[in-house]
Design a protein around this ligand. Structure first.
Ligand code: PLP
Length: 279
């Protein structure tokens, strides 16, 4: 198949799939999701994605109707139906289906959605041109919910300005990006926002931290400011679908580019790890 949609057991090409109007995702955005990538039908860091998915369920009081093992085996059988090439695997639980009411039955059976589509993970991604924007999101950014309106609007604004990503800040404090995490290198140390309720605990960010530790690069998990961002030696954007990309421009000003040695060691480390685990 070229693309694949799965909804509670039904499978077809994505364009042919429909979902019921009573699915609470449709009118409340009441659900959680996760995104992983596969190469050679092997899903990179699947265990970490499943752990985060289960944690998002717990925080949103959605009772999973699958174990992690059942989900892993389902994804593997769905990937088996796909054409060759890198794939993006999106999976989502909506809380369930019911007539519209804010309150919910805590035992409601969730609806499982899976969407698989081809993607190309580029080994040497181009450096990113970014903009900044006040972070107007809520205080549950650690939960990977499907409520992404501020992220959608920020990503759209960046694209309409010919840019790659939008970096959010709350006042002076940099949080993360519209669809990725952002960290800086300064004086040989990686500084990255702590995993509190203001950012998504990115899987690629976690791999970046482990890469730093393996390479003897210090890590400080603390908030950093817009001034620190603009003055950083390097700026690193991480996400599952980009892995790691350097930033070279923010708000039309040239930035970073001052610690290419550590930057390229980190990029190489993360790419080698990805290629090893999906080989
Ligand atoms: N932050 C936000 C808001 C995101 O949407 C994403 C990815 O979708 C990330 C961070 C990066 O997370 P991950 O590395 O798990 O893909």
């Amino acid at each position: 198949m070229k693309t694949l949609g799965y909804y509670n057991g039904k499978i077809a090409e994505l364009e042919e799939m429909t979902v019921p109007m009573l699915d609470r995702a449709a009118y409340f955005g009441d659900g959680v999701y996760d995104v992983a990538i596969s190469r050679n039908k092997r899903i990179f860091a699947l265990e970490e994605h499943l752990d985060r998915f289960m944690n998002s369920c717990k925080l949103l009081r959605i009772t999973p109707s699958h174990t992690k093992e059942e989900l892993a085996s389902l994804f593997s059988s769905l990937l088996g139906k796909m054409d060759s090439g890198d794939q993006m695997i999106y999976f989502q639980y909506s809380r369930g289906s019911a007539l519209r009411s804010h309150t919910f039955d805590p035992d409601m059976k969730p609806n499982l959605w899976v969407m698989i589509k081809p993607m190309t993970l580029k080994k040497n991604p181009k450096p990113l041109f970014c903009m900044t924007m006040e972070d107007t999101r809520f205080f549950h950014c650690n939960i990977k919910t499907i409520n992404l309106i501020p992220n959608v609007l920020a990503a759209q604004e960046a694209e309409e300005r010919g840019l790659d990503e939008c970096i959010f800040h709350r006042g002076e404090e940099v949080t993360e990006c519209a669809h990725s995490n952002v960290s800086i290198l300064k004086d040989g140390v990686l500084v990255t926002h702590p995993t509190d309720n203001l950012i998504l605990p990115g899987i690629a960010r976690a791999h970046l931290i482990r890469a730093c530790k393996a390479l003897g690069i210090g890590v400080e998990e603390r908030p950093f400011t817009l001034d620190e961002l603009m003055d950083a030696d390097e700026i690193l954007v991480t996400s599952t679908t980009k892995l790691i990309c350097p930033v070279v421009e923010i708000d039309k000003k040239p930035v970073a580019g001052k610690d290419q040695t550590r930057l390229s060691a980190l990029c190489t480390y993360l790419w080698d790890e990805f290629e090893r685990e999906t080989n």
